[in-house]
Write a protein that binds this ligand. Structure first.
Ligand code: NAP
Length: 281
């Protein structure tokens, strides 16, 4: 079994992006800028945002974090987004989720100019991705896609099973695999026989949030298995795939941690740079 090393792939991607930022700076005399809005003091969100800022600085992006207390009014956040939409130094805007209950997540997502939507959640970008047009692609599925393509560049005709149908992961993942001419089955909590579906797959992407759901006897020999899950358990952080069992049958597997996670942040930087490049045309 080959371990798909997301940490290494993310470091390689960041090095490429750093080089690209240097070239963009020389050409345009400015660098792409990422602005993150962080509301409240949830510890995981604070850690994610700190890591995003650190990585953005590392590749040479201009990065800014705007912090609001939990009690901030929705209209203040929407007003700030409007301001950032027309700020030429801002290439990408990200509002860290989850949001406090009194703020309408969809309203916030739709307030972001689609051309600056580095999370790829705006309905315009969702539509563009499913229509096969250029768009920002949600960072986690984009990271999974790049890991799969790095391992196996030609996916023509492969049978892929995506476990989970969230807007964040499962649905965009399905679109990316379709674009590569895979035959894709998307599964969810009402799927009748998940094991039987997985056993058909050349590629499995698990994004469910159930620790070690995908077992060794669910996986075809020589399958590529991508584990998106991050689950806190008594034995520490585990994925949605039973690593010990699946590593005995799969051709390739991502570990948790050190698989998809590091690629997510690297893809956020890639999306910011891509937004900047599209704005310069
Ligand atoms: P989510 O929004 O909760 O969606 C979970 C999906 O799994 C839903 O579509 C649900 O089906 C499906 N599901 C639930 N139980 C199932 C079952 N028994 N069999 C098959 N499908 C089932 O989760 P998410 O936001 O996509 O996140 C999934 C996992 O990825 C979580 O562990 C999360 O922490 C992790 N994650 C990791 C990263 C990263 O950077 N690595 C980023 C984001 C998320 P229904 O639609 O029918 O309810």
């Amino acid at each position: 079994m080959i371990l798909i090393d997301g940490k290494k792939a993310a470091a390689e991607l960041r090095a490429e992006l750093k080089q690209e930022v240097t070239e963009l700076k020389a050409k345009h005399n400015k660098v792409p800028g990422l602005t993150v809005i962080l509301i409240g003091d949830l510890t995981p969100s604070q850690i994610y945002v700190r890591n995003k800022e650190k990585s953005a600085n590392e590749v040479g992006l201009k990065s800014e974090v705007i912090k609001y207390p939990d009690s901030v009014e929705e209209k203040a956040v929407l007003g700030k987004i409007k301001e950032l939409n027309s700020d030429e130094t801002v290439s990408g805007i990200l509002v860290q989720l989850p949001l406090p209950k009194h703020i309408d997540k969809q309203k916030v997502i739709e307030a972001i100019d689609p051309s600056k939507d580095v999370d790829g959640f705006h309905p315009m970008n969702v539509g563009n991705l499913s229509s096969g047009y250029e768009s920002s692609i949600p960072c986690t599925p984009l990271g999974c896609y790049l890991l799969i393509k790095k391992f196996q560049p030609n996916l023509n005709g492969k049978k892929a099973v995506v476990v989970g149908r969230s807007n964040l992961n499962g649905k965009p993942m399905t679109q990316l695999l379709l674009k590569e001419n895979c035959t894709v089955t998307i599964t969810h909590s009402k799927t009748k026989d998940l094991k039987a579906e997985c056993l058909e797959a050349d590629i499995i992407v698990a994004a469910v949030g159930i620790p070690e759901l995908v077992r060794g006897d669910w996986v075809k020999k020589d399958a590529i298995v991508i584990d998106v899950g991050i689950n806190k358990t008594d034995k520490g952080i585990v994925g949605d795939v039973h690593f010990d069992e699946v590593s005995k049958v799969a051709k390739a597997l991502t570990p948790v941690p050190g698989g998809v996670g590091p690629m997510t942040i690297a893809c956020l930087l890639k999306n910011t740079i891509d937004c900047f490049k599209r704005s310069q045309i």
